[in-house]
Write a new protein. Structure first.
Length: 857
RNA sequence: GGGCGCUUAGCUCAGUUGGUUAGAGCAGCUGAUUUACACUCAGCAGGUCGGGGGUUCGAGUCCCUCAGCGCCCACCA
């Protein structure tokens, strides 16, 4: 223990309080740049964290406190271990959530066909009817609102004492992020890891954009089985199918049954005729047809669900698209080769009632017509079945054919699975979620979104003399020109006047999926292309919630695998959910979302962090104000205990560890060594919760037992050896405990450490056993334990007799084994002082018995 | 349909490779009282460890099985 580590106590307040600590320390940390990353650091000394950039368009909720405390605790640990901790903060502000928030907040909607309006200001209050604005105006509003939202989020993070280096702040819509996102895309294009194609795609008809498999969500919805009869084309009789989507009848391209299904085997290769529309379709065989479902033979439409897409692809069926990008029914030409109706006039006339209508409207009309025609057999059979939704959407997804960019994830599935094994998962079982997701991938990752507030695809396409677009030969910008916006900038070699003209170009109108940019968070935070990146990549830690394993975590692995042939991070720390006090998942629709600021105000940051840190990795944790109160109590206890101990150390230099000579004191330091070793190992394993539990228990025992035992002795003359031993022990124990708790309770530990040190506890060295007297102790606690046992017996007797704990004990008679007696004899002075014992007698015996005789007077 | 996790005191949770009478905090109850702390201190009480079966000298801990809760994944006509 050096003098530098434990200088003389100073400025210990008379009445310490946790109130006001946050305001004080937030300012001091800023002034002293306590958490500043060392830009000169190299990879071998860096501990880097790939902080999750939260979606700022959402509400702040208690989950933010919970899940951001965990990596901060880890960051603080490694910083004290002497690592150069790279702990940036990003905001995920691009994408649909922001657009939706802007639409609702300002009462606007984006219409890309409108011209830009200079000096446009949004109305103060959102009108009932949304105002249409140009794309540029819309994007400006998005920028404006995200900046405001980010201030609110930043305030919470700061208030919580998250030890971020704010000079490393980034946002996913920034020029920097756009450049990196576009560069990464272009490099993938160069390596043929992405491709664009026209394909059936999951489509949200409200947001009018494609979505990816990762953004899908099943929701149980009521539906009906409709039994529909198809007349056989060249024979008598009908084939009955069951469908939940009769509105798609006009898009039917085949019926399908299992190849082994005896009922239909003879029919394979023959045709049936669709009711109402009179189109001949074949009966085909495919393994995916389930004989158990419905009538065992299904109607294939283009497209009712993803199984239809599989059948369509594998059976090489034609495409008869019905549903448009807005969810309304498209025009259809029943006379055409693609739609050969036996009775064009009837089909066309009927379809006229459907064109331009919504799905629900068409369903009602078709069902009525089927019933009238006799093709609808029996009653509808109500069912509840899972329907695919966009996770942020309100109506079921449709499948719409459109041109999209895809990342080739499927053909690299095995490599991606192997990358998952390279990551250390905390807790380890979370790896299963990654594995089952990757194993279940069935389409490539669609990264195009037909939206506005995002990173544009940095490509243009040439047009030929007829104005036809050649999508196979995209024109790309120079990397030095990034970021580019192809919708407002011309490609190299062209003038803006050639836009949308024959022998000219068109800009790609789409933006990248928001995950296609946030999956580059290590590159963005680490400023890919600069020396900084080499110092921080691959990241040491990816902290995140489990529900985004399939999105953020997976997509980051994909990007890193393709770009660097490496994992993007070596550890994944997965946090659980915060549940409401009744252990229900919090959700906006249930209305049980808890906002963090009132709790933060009421209990204090350290208290909320204590609650958060008691939630183990991956474990869902209920909001528990009682737990927050305990955290606050611990912080207050730390203030008072520090004040008391430092009070005992005032007046003369603090003795060093070599002066710890008393048996009890040496034993306490042995226990302390055990605590340090254990706590350090736990932190290294990301088990901050268990470390907290052990340290907390030790701290309370230290206060209630050890400090009580030695408080008299520590008062002695400063040249007395046993006094010096007690003071040295108190000092080293307090120092260690303050530091072990610093990652969890940064405010109160900063305060108490400051009472006797020049530098911040948060850059102080993590405690090691080298600070303690060097001893090899077979059984730590061999002295402290027995002494506490006897002390407890004395306290019990006083409690039973309902007298003050200060009451005197005339005789304390202990009979116990030899070692036990030796232990308490070695601490006799302290035991007598703490217990008010006049006389201690000891007898050797097999069992431990303590007889306490209170002083009758 | 496949997979993962959880089930221990009224509540929230520990219980590390199986080892003596199962732990903590909170709540409850009984007390103490003013030289660190009432946001205190001491003490007491409270559990057949979800059910059943098995392995073992010994099971909260390992195996099988069942049940409940939660979650992830799945081609759900």
């Amino acid at each position: 223990m050096s003098d530098a580590l434990h200088p003389r106590p100073r400025r210990v307040p008379d009445k310490p309080t946790v109130d006001g600590l946050e305001a004080t320390w937030l300012v001091r940390w800023d002034e002293n740049a306590t958490y500043q990353f060392n830009r000169a650091a190299t990879r071998d000394t860096v501990y880097s964290i790939d902080t999750p950039p939260p979606t700022v368009s959402g509400e702040l909720h208690i989950g933010h406190i919970f899940s951001y405390t965990h990596p901060d605790v880890i960051a603080r640990f490694w910083r004290m271990r002497g690592e150069d901790v790279f702990y940036p903060m990003g905001w995920d502000d691009n994408g649909l959530p922001t657009e939706r928030r802007v639409e609702n907040y300002f009462g606007v909607r984006c219409d890309p066909s409108l011209p830009y309006e200079e000096g446009f200001t949004a109305p103060d209050k959102a009108a009932a009817q949304k105002i249409s604005v140009s794309r540029k105006n819309f994007v400006e509003l998005c920028h404006f609102l995200t900046i405001e939202d980010e201030k609110i989020f930043k305030n919470l993070w700061r208030h919580l004492g998250i030890s971020i280096d704010w000079s490393l702040e980034y946002s996913t819509i920034s020029k920097l992020a756009q450049s990196i996102s576009q560069r990464a895309f272009l490099e993938m294009l160069e390596r043929s890891e992405v491709y664009s194609t026209v394909a059936p795609t999951l489509w949200d008809i409200d947001f009018r954009t494609a979505v990816s498999q990762a953004e899908l969500e099943d929701r149980e919805r009521p539906g009906n089985y409709h039994r529909v009869a198809f007349a056989r084309a060249d024979a008598e009789g009908v084939i009955e199918i069951e469908t939940t989507r009769p509105e798609l009848l006009a898009s039917c391209v085949a019926l399908v049954a299992h190849p082994d299904d005896e009922r239909y085997r003879a029919l394979f290769g023959t045709n049936v005729v669709t009711p109402l529309f009179g189109v001949d379709v074949p009966i085909l065989a495919h393994e995916l047809a389930d004989p158990e479902k419905g009538s065992g033979i299904a109607m294939i439409c283009t497209f009712g669900d993803t199984t239809d897409v599989v059948w369509w692809r594998e059976l090489s069926l034609p495409t008869r698209a019905l549903i448009g990008r807005d969810g309304r029914f498209l025009p259809v030409d029943f006379g055409s080769a693609n739609w050969p109706s036996r009775d064009v006039e009837v089909a066309t006339k009927f379809y006229a009632q459907l064109e331009g209508r919504t799905i629900n409207q068409v369903r009602a009309t078709v069902v009525d017509a089927l019933r009238e025609s006799g093709a609808l057999i029996g009653d509808l059979r109500p069912i509840t079945h899972p329907v695919k939704f966009y996770e942020k959407g309100e109506r079921p997804l449709e499948i719409v054919t459109s041109r999209q960019w895809f990342v080739k994830t499927l053909e690299h599935r095995d490599e991606l699975l192997a990358r998952g094994d390279e990551i250390a998962w905390h807790p380890s079982f979370m790896k299963h979620r990654y594995r089952s997701w990757v194993e279940g991938l069935n389409v490539d990752w669609n990264i195009s979104r037909q939206r506005f507030f995002g990173v544009p695809f940095p490509v243009w396409y040439p047009t030929d003399a007829n104005g036809e677009v050649n999508f196979d030969a995209p024109i790309v910008p120079a990397l030095s020109a990034l970021p580019v916006d192809p919708s407002s900038e011309a490609p190299p070699g062209f003038d803006e006047s050639a836009r949308n003209r024959p022998n000219g170009f068109v800009g790609d109108p789409d933006v990248l999926d928001t995950w296609a940019t946030s999956s580059l968070s290590p590159q963005i935070a680490g400023r890919w292309g600069t020396e900084l990146f080499d110092a921080v990549f691959p990241m040491d830690l990816r902290p995140q919630a489990h529900e985004i394993i399939r999105t953020w975590l997976f997509s980051t692995v994909v990007r890193s695998h393709f770009q660097f042939h490496a994992v993007p991070f070596t550890n994944a720390l997965i946090s659980g959910w915060v549940l409401d006090p009744d252990r229900k998942k919090m959700s906006k629709s249930v209305g049980n979302v808890v906002t963090p600021l009132p709790l933060l105000e009421q209990h204090g940051a350290d208290a909320l962090r204590y609650w958060a840190a008691s939630g183990r990795p991956g474990t869902d944790t209920a909001i528990d104000e009682a737990q927050m109160k305990i955290g606050r109590r611990l912080a207050i206890k730390m203030l008072n205990a520090s004040k008391f101990v430092l009070g005992r150390l005032e007046g003369s230099p603090i003795p060093g560890p070599s002066e710890i000579t008393t048996a009890l004191d040496l034993d306490l330091t042995s226990l302390l060594a055990q605590l340090i070793t254990e706590s350090t190992a736990l932190f290294e394993q990301y088990d901050y919760a268990r470390s907290l539990e052990r340290t907390e228990a030790f701290f309370w025992s230290f206060c209630d037992n050890y400090v009580e035992l030695v408080k008299i002795r520590a008062y002695g003359e400063s040249d007395d050896l046993s006094t010096r031993s007690a003071r040295a022990t108190l000092a080293v124990a307090l120092s260690v405990l303050q530091r072990l708790l610093a990652p969890i309770l940064p405010f109160v530990t900063a305060e108490v450490w400051d009472w006797w040190h020049e530098d911040s506890v948060h850059v102080a060295p993590w405690p090691t056993i080298d600070e303690l007297p060097t001893r090899d102790v077979p059984e730590p606690g061999a002295v402290y334990g027995p002494i506490c046992d006897v002390l407890e017996a004395i306290r019990r007797e006083k409690s039973t007799q309902k007298v003050s704990q200060r009451a005197a004990v005339s005789i304390c008679a202990v009979s116990a084994p030899k070692e036990f007696i030796a232990a308490i004899r070695s601490g006799e002075v302290d035991l007598k002082a703490a217990g008010g014992v006049v006389e201690l007698t000891t007898t050797e015996a097999g069992d431990v018995t303590v007889v306490v005789t209170l002083d009758a007077s």
